[in-house]
Design a protein around this ligand. Sequence first.
Ligand SMILES: [Zn+2]
Ligand SMILES: [Zn+2]
Ligand SMILES: [Zn+2]
Length: 409
Amino acid sequence: MHPGIEKCDALVVEEPMTPQCVEKLWNSQIGLHLLPVIDLTGTLGVRADLDASNTLKADPTEYGKLIDSFNFRRSQLHPDFYNPQNDDDKILARIFVSGISLTPSYQPDSRTTVCFNTLLDSEMVLHECEKMMTAELLAGSFFDRRHICNGCSASQFNVREECPECRSPNLRESFYLHHFKCAYLGPEDDFRQGEYLICPKCRMEMSHFGSDYDKPGTILICNSCGKSSSETEVGFLCLNCDTHIDGDSVKTGDIFKYSLTEKAVHYLHAGHAFLELTQQSPIFAGLPFELIVVLNKELKDWRNNESEFALLCIKYENEYLVEQEHGNRQFFHSRNQFFQSLSHSLKKVMKGEYPVTAAKGRMEDFILVSHISQKDLYKFSEEAGQRAASSLRLDVEPILQVYGPEDLS
Ligand SMILES: [Zn+2]
Ligand SMILES: [Zn+2]
Ligand SMILES: [Zn+2]
């Protein structure tokens, strides 16, 4: 079943590992990504599934529970994922067998500032998961936004206030002084003469704060170029490659906690053929996932053994009109009623002779019938459709279409 790991229960780490070693484990061609990682060294941190470095806390029953749950989930995985070539399939399978979302935590020595609960490097995780969110295989829950270096794409920065003129962070704060008598306003430096404050305009000494002068605000003075200003800029200095980036032009990227979508779970159960099918024809794009899984099986049977099947597709032409007149809820109620009554009547006119899978889509509903010809299902559904429509109070104008294996492959 799992070539290479069928006799293994877990990966036990007994010595601290270099990042290269960890990478080798993840890239192994024998499916090690499907095993729980038990860390006896405590050096893998959250990247391990179980930290057993503290012998006082390590509970042998925890080992058993972890191994059992991985074993159980591994047995539900389609063989396409035992030893996939791509990181994206490995990540999906890994999330599935671990039963836990791919979760980031802060890690200052990581180039991305985070690490995930997996052996795969966080930069690869972020790269692959972004693609899989677009493909609707992963759902993300926002964790944090990071800044990304143009030079080396790392996110470890010194972020600082800088002089708007020369971009030096070597700034000092000073006060504006206001001489009441002559109304002169200027930086404290212009007044200071040793321990005295002398007004540069009228040359009077100012000795009493509050009665001679006050401090209406602060000013920043650059020790590098001498310019003073009331506002500063934000600048990013990359700690890895020394690239300097202005705050308003720095690239950003979002970090999420990643969970499998319903589509991904079906994909993991049904294998590569599932995605191929959904990408193949516009009919499949609107199908509910549970139906695609069954349809996939039927198509295989048809190709291998010429075992027939047909798909009944129900569209509701009056959706817009009924919604306008009676509201959205009435439409859905009537649509439901028709679909239920149709499924029921169909089983009746077919005398329960054919296996049936009914599924509701977003715009359309579907009934897949096994071991039947397209022509027969057409005949049966005409009759069942009339029966079902006669019991409806609101006319949703159902249109029935029947597809055979040729239309779907
Ligand atoms: Zn850099
Ligand atoms: Zn400056
Ligand atoms: Zn003055």
